[in-house]
Design a protein. Structure first.
Length: 77
């Protein structure tokens, strides 16, 4: 499973509930829906991520990046 962020096309903001349901039907586990900005976050199986981009109303599907900060006591690299 990949953590992903889905951006909804501006013309579909009024229908975000429908977009969310379509994403769920394609296997996405929705964690958060930010209606005011058109962002949906969650997880999806690796093989389904490309199919989510074809859902009507989806502007983009991006894998969430993970950043880690070294422990304060670690050596500088």
């Amino acid at each position: 499973m990949k953590n992903i962020t889905v951006t909804v096309d501006d013309s579909y903001l009024a229908a975000m509930g429908d977009v969310v349901e379509q994403l769920r039907a394609h296997g996405m586990r929705v964690d958060q829906v930010l209606y005011s900005v058109g962002i949906i976050t969650g997880r999806a199986p690796d093989q389904e991520c490309s199919a989510l981009g074809a859902v009507k109303g989806v502007g983009s599907v991006d894998e969430q990046q993970r950043f880690r900060v070294p422990h304060p006591d670690s050596e500088i690299q």
